[in-house]
Design a protein around this ligand. Structure first.
Ligand code: C2E
Ligand code: CA
Ligand code: CA
Length: 526
């Protein structure tokens, strides 16, 4: 079967390619969305770190002013400056406590007044900043200490950890944010820890203050990219999936089309693979070749010579029978016209056409061109129209059959006896011949009832005044019976099988030579 030729690699691609075409854009789109989401998160993380850093710098600037105001008082007796220390606590928004240091000793505090505590400057990063996890007043509560020193004097100011935690919560709470001061760091949970700062999985960025010795680490926890993609690109992703599905389905449809019987027939038409075979028709009596029926064969590159009943139904269904028959007309004319002298005058050339063919005036041009290839009156073109599918009368068919008649083209009803043609039908299309279907010819030699059916068909045909051709003649008994019952022409394996163009021409030549020397009919087998 020409349409079931196996092409395994093609079949593989037919299944895989639509998936690729559908999935590749979706996957590429996903990668782009992921990249875009990561970029957006990175930018957001950087901006957040910067804003939080700026806020902490603002707090420290507030502390720095208080320390600057107090620094000149360091070294003065505590009892005199106690009020000045408390004044700063009251006036400065972020200041929680103030202290004075002299010669390495904290000796005056806004909270306690005079007291004594040794200062270890190594606690302070760059001698300036110390992130503590609490003091004796509020143990376990974070505290940031700012120290401004000049010579033996220093002012030490603290800010409550709540202000720092508030700054870390400044921009929403989906960020991962950490304040680092030297070895110590503070996260949103409000716990001061020492050691390595844990890094976030996504968009890790760091803001390093140029004014004070601290930095802010920012980023997002795992899964943030997927969450971002879902919230920002869900609609675009769905659109991509729909477009991918459409692209995949279109690809699948195109591939199916390309591997359909229609596409295969189209390829064969373009490759000129349809060739004419020829089966002679003999005249009852002398059994000389009075004509020939052109039968289509498909010279398939893989399947070899393919019988018409395996592809003609597809071609009729798809409408491709029209260009295929046109090629057959042309190839038959090319083959036979140069040997026209081998044929007797009025030699019949029968070509099969379908009912659909008759709805197109182009058939008239095909016939005209065909006849023009032969010398005048050398051949008679007969169009064989099967009775199995009747022609629907229309304005086009009337014009077409009138034109064919004027051109001298004859019409034969093929497979006569198997269909439903009426007398009106035969008249309407000006039928010239009836071809008795081979199933009736096969009845010869059978029972009396079968023979009676055949006789009735022959009688009907002659009463209609039409020429009669019997096809499928295989035995001499059939031949003689048909001749006795005045059937004009016969066709069948008894006389010759369908043969290639070359074989037909050789047979014609041989017949010419033989009939010149001996008047006996010839039989051929391809
Ligand atoms: P058909 O027009 O009735 O052609 C006669 C069929 O009977 C041919 O088969 C022929 O080979 C076969 N045949 C001839 N003598 C004998 C015989 O003595 N015994 C038996 N058993 N068979 C015989 P083929 O060539 O296979 O064609 C089959 C059918 O395909 C044709 O039946 C015709 O309907 C269709 N066909 C062939 N060529 C064309 C074409 O060019 N156009 C169209 N539309 N149909 C075509
Ligand atoms: Ca026929
Ligand atoms: Ca037939």
């Amino acid at each position: 079967m020409p349409f079931s030729v196996k092409h395994h690699p093609l079949r593989f691609w037919r299944h895989v390619l639509p998936w690729l075409v559908g999935l590749v854009p979706v996957l590429c789109g996903l990668l782009i969305m992921q990249w875009q989401s990561e970029r957006e998160l990175h930018n957001r993380s950087e901006a957040t770190a910067q804003r939080v850093g700026n806020q902490i710098e603002r707090i420290l600037a507030n502390l720095s002013k208080a320390a600057s105001d107090l620094l000149p008082l360091a070294g003065q007796p505590c009892i005199n400056e106690k009020l000045a220390l408390r004044d700063q606590v009251t006036r400065r928004a972020f200041v929680r406590s103030t202290n004075l240091e002299y010669r390495g000793e904290l000796y005056c505090s806004s909270l306690f007044g005079p007291y004594s505590e040794q200062v270890d400057t190594s606690d302070y990063v760059e001698g300036k900043l110390w992130l503590m996890d609490g003091n004796s007043v509020t143990p376990g509560h974070p505290l940031l200490v700012y120290r401004l020193a000049e010579g033996e004097r220093a002012a030490v100011v603290t800010v409550d950890g709540d202000h720092l935690i508030g700054a870390l919560y400044l921009l929403g709470n989906d960020n991962y944010l950490i304040l680092q001061v030297g070895q110590h760091w503070l996260d949103r949970a409000g716990k001061v820890q020492a050691g390595m700062v844990p890094q976030p999985e996504v968009a890790a960025t760091e803001f390093v203050s140029t004014r004070y010795p601290f930095s802010i680490h920012s980023g997002f926890s795992e899964g943030k990219v997927a969450q971002q993609m879902r919230s920002e690109y869900l609609a675009m992703f769905l659109l991509l999936v729909i477009l991918g599905a459409i692209a995949g389905a279109t690809c699948y449809w195109q591939l199916r089309r390309a591997s359909s019987p229609r596409a295969e027939l189209q390829r064969a038409i373009e490759a000129n693979e349809f060739v004419p075979f020829f089966q002679p028709v003999v005249r009852s009596g002398d059994y000389c070749w009075a004509g020939v029926e052109v039968l289509m064969r498909w010279q398939h590159p893989h399947e070899g010579l393919v019988r018409p009943d395996l592809f003609i139904p597809y071609a009729e269904h798809s409408g491709q029978i029209v260009p295929m028959t046109r090629q057959l007309f042309q190839r038959t004319a090319q083959l036979l016209a140069p040997h026209a002298e081998l044929m007797e005058d009025g030699f019949h050339i029968g070509i099969n056409i379908t009912a659909d063919h008759c709805q197109d005036m182009a058939l008239l041009d095909d016939c005209r061109q065909f006849l023009a290839a032969f010398p005048n009156d050398r051949v008679r073109l007969t169009l064989e129209l099967t009775e199995r599918k009747l022609v629907a009368p229309s304005d086009v068919t009337h014009a077409l059959f009138a034109g064919l008649h004027d051109l001298g083209v004859m019409i034969a009803v093929d497979d006569f006896g198997t269909g439903q043609s009426s007398l009106a039908y035969l008249r309407q299309f000006q039928v010239d011949y009836l071809k008795i279907d081979q199933s009736f010819v096969a009845m010869i030699g059978g029972d009396a009832l079968s023979l009676h059916i055949l006789d009735s068909i022959i009688e009907l045909s002659s009463k209609l005044g039409l020429g009669i051709v019997a096809e499928g003649v295989e035995t001499e008994a059939q031949r003689d019976y048909l001749a006795r019952h005045n059937v004009d022409f016969q066709q069948g394996y008894l006389f010759a099988r369908p043969m290639s163009g070359q074989a037909f021409i050789q047979a014609l030549q041989a017949q010419g030579v033989a009939s010149a020397t001996d008047n006996q009919p010839l039989t051929f087998d391809s």
